[in-house]
Design a protein around this ligand. Structure first.
Ligand code: TXA
Ligand code: MG
Length: 330
C-alpha cells in the first residue's frame, strides 16, 4: 500500500528537520507531524501548528531500540524484551526520562514516550536525520488523525514545511501506548499491538490505566471528533429508517452489514468485518462523511473482543460530544 518516496525528498526533509522545521511523514499507524526532538524551538512549532496545550507530551520516534538510552533512564529489562518483539512497530513505551530531555517534549512529566516506527519512509527519514523526531499525529488538536498526505494538507496547509507522501497508512489507528514507568505495565491507549500480544511477552495481559493516570489527550472523552455528530447504535438498519427526521438532513451510516433496502434518507457505508481493515479505513471514512453534509453519523457497534479494542476506543471518543443514545436525534 505504501508508495516509495524519492531519496532526494527524504534528504530535503532531513535538512528541514536539522534547521528546526516541521516535516509531516507517514508511519504505519498514522501520519506524524515531526520536529527535531532535541530542539525546544522546533518542538514549540508543533504545539503552535496543532493548537495543542503545552502540557500534553509528544512521542519521540527513534531509528532503533538502542537509541532509547539517549532519551530514557532506569529502563526495565522488559522494555528491551518488548522492543525486540514489537519494534519496529505500533507500540509506544512510556519510560522514565533521561536528564536533558526537554520539558517541551515531555509536557513537564518525568517520563518520555518512545517508538521505533516500521514504515520504510519513517525509517529512512530517521536514518537521514540521525536524531530523535518528536511527532504527534498530524491533525489539529482534538481532530481526527491523518492517514493520507492529503489529510495532512487539509489540516495544516502551508504551516508544515514538507509533507512526505507515501499513500495511505497500513494500520490507520495510532500506536498502543504502554506505560512502563510504574510498578505494573499499564495500557494508556489501545492500538496496533493488542493486550493479548503484550501479554505473550509480559506473562499476563496488562490492564488499562485508570482515569487518574498521566495526561494523554488520546484519553480525553471527546478526542478524535469528526464534524458530523456521531452516534453509536446497536442496529443501524432499525435506526436509519427514522431518517431524515422531518425537515432534517440525511444520515450517514457506518455498518458491518449491507443495507436491507434503499433508504432514501441515508448514505450507507459497509465497513470491513475484520478489525485491522476496519481500523485502517475508519479515520478516512470519518473525514469523507464530513464532506457529505449529513445531520448525523450512525455507527453500528462492532463486535466485542480484544482485537477490536482500539476501534471501540476511537469510536467511543469520536462519539464523546454526541452522546450514545439510540433513536433519531436532532
Ligand atoms: O501511532 C502513533 O502513536 C502516532 C504516530 C505519529 O507515531 N503518534 C501519535 O501521537 O498518536 P499523539 O501525540 O497524537 O498521541 C500520543 C499520545 C498522546 O496522547 C500523549 O499524551 C501520549 O501519547 N504520551 C506521550 N508521551 C507521554 C508520556 N510521557 N506519558 C504519558 N503519555 C504520553
Ligand atoms: Mg493524536
Amino acid at each position: 500500500m505504501s508508495t516509495p518516496v524519492p531519496p532526494a525528498d527524504i534528504a530535503r526533509a532531513a535538512g528541514i528537520l536539522l534547521r528546526g522545521g516541521l516535516v509531516a511523514f507517514p508511519t504505519e499507524t498514522v501520519y506524524g507531524l515531526g520536529a527535531d526532538a532535541a530542539s525546544e524551538t522546533a518542538v514549540a512549532r508543533i504545539f503552535a501548528a496543532k493548537g495543542r496545550p503545552a502540557d500534553h507530551p509528544l512521542i519521540v520516534h527513534v531509528a532503533a531500540a538502542a537509541d532509547v538510552a539517549r532519551w530514557a533512564r532506569d529502563i526495565p529489562p522488559v522494555a528491551w524484551e518488548l522492543a525486540a518483539r514489537f519494534w519496529p512497530g505500533p507500540l509506544t513505551l512510556i519510560l522514565r526520562r533521561a536528564p536533558g530531555v526537554h520539558d517541551a517534549v515531555t509536557g513537564g512529566q518525568d517520563t518520555v514516550g518512545l517508538r521505533v516506527p516500521a514504515h520504510p519512509v519513517a525509517r529512512e527519514l530517521l536514518r537521514a536525520f540521525g536524531g530523535g523526531i518528536a511527532a504527534p499525529s498530524a491533525n489539529r488538536f482534538g481532530r481526527v488523525s491523518a492517514t493520507t498526505a492529503a489529510h495532512v494538507v487539509a489540516e495544516f496547509g502551508a504551516t508544515v514545511d514538507c509533507v512526505l507522501d507515501a499513500g495511505a497508512c497500513a494500520l490507520g489507528l495510532e500506536s498502543t501506548i504502554l506505560d512502563l514507568s510504574g510498578s505494573h505495565p499499564r495500557v494508556l491507549r489501545p492500538g496496533g499491538v493488542s493486550r493479548d500480544e503484550l501479554g505473550n511477552v509480559l506473562g499476563v495481559a496488562p490492564g488499562f490505566a485508570g482515569e487518574a493516570g498521566p495526561r494523554v489527550p488520546g484519553r480525553l472523552a471527546a478526542h478524535y471528533v469528526p464534524d458530523t455528530p456521531l452516534r453509536l447504535v446497536s442496529d443501524a438498519r432499525a435506526i436509519a429508517r427514522q431518517y431524515p427526521v422531518p425537515g432534517g438532513l440525511p444520515a450517514a451510516v457506518l455498518s458491518l452489514h449491507q443495507p436491507v433496502m434503499a433508504l432514501a434518507g441515508c448514505r450507507w457505508v459497509t465497513m470491513p468485518a475484520d478489525p485491522v481493515s476496519y481500523g485502517q479505513q475508519l479515520y478516512a471514512r470519518l473525514r469523507e462523511v464530513d464532506t457529505w453534509g449529513c445531520g448525523v453519523l450512525l455507527v453500528e457497534r462492532p463486535p466485542e473482543g480484544r482485537a477490536w479494542e482500539a476501534v471501540h476506543d476511537r469510536l467511543a471518543r469520536a462519539a464523546g460530544s454526541a452522546g450514545r443514545g439510540e433513536g433519531a436525534g436532532p
